[in-house]
Design a protein around this ligand. Sequence first.
Ligand SMILES: Cc1ncc(COP(=O)(O)O)c(C=O)c1O
Length: 236
Amino acid sequence: MENFSNDFGPFSSIWINTSHQGALPKSAVAALNEAVQWKISPHHLASSSIFSSVPSRLKNVLGSLINAPPEDIILGNSASYGLHLLANGIKWSSGDEILLVEGDFPCDILPWLNLKKQGVKIRAVKPRGVGLQPEEILENIGKATKLLCTSWVYSYTGHIINLPAISEICRKKGIKLVLNCSQAIGTQPFDITWRWADAITCVGHMGRVSAGLILNFARIWIIIKLTGWRCRQLMI
Ligand SMILES: Cc1ncc(COP(=O)(O)O)c(C=O)c1O
């Protein structure tokens, strides 16, 4: 196995938190320092090719991680932001229902709540065990259900949903699956052509994904457009 230890540190103790407070790799530290220099003199930045080449390189790298074309990657500042955009970009009708998961990370809950004002019903499914099971989704889908939003890996329990099975249920029932891939991308195999989700959002500051994203101090969310997917076309 490749030895990555030289890419990190120096450490004076053993540090195993690679998520909430993961250590920056040295390459990210160098990129951060360079970004600070650019921000000290932003007048150079405005006329520099780096202004567009950095986001473009980042989109390419992220795209290669999940086999998505770079033009389908949208850079943003948080996982929440991606979900807010989806919640507000989809055309809803009064009576539509959105399924969420009780106990899920707050960013998967909050963006949808405002839709109640439009008459959209928000229902949180309470998992019987530690994590949401495919059959629990099936049991809770009703005629008005239009969308399910869930984490792939639950932050508080580490539970990993059975994504292929849940995805299959949603597809068969004609329900859009919005997946929060934070904690998952970089650790779980994922290829956008598998069509496991209709849209995904992800933070960029955790685990292996973080390296490229620290450049602009921003966390990142990505929404993947599957074939023909456009936010405004997601009329459900
Ligand atoms: C599952 C999950 N989603 C999202 C986030 C972060 O959300 P946001 O980028 O909106 O702060 C975290 C942790 O910070 C998380 O564990």
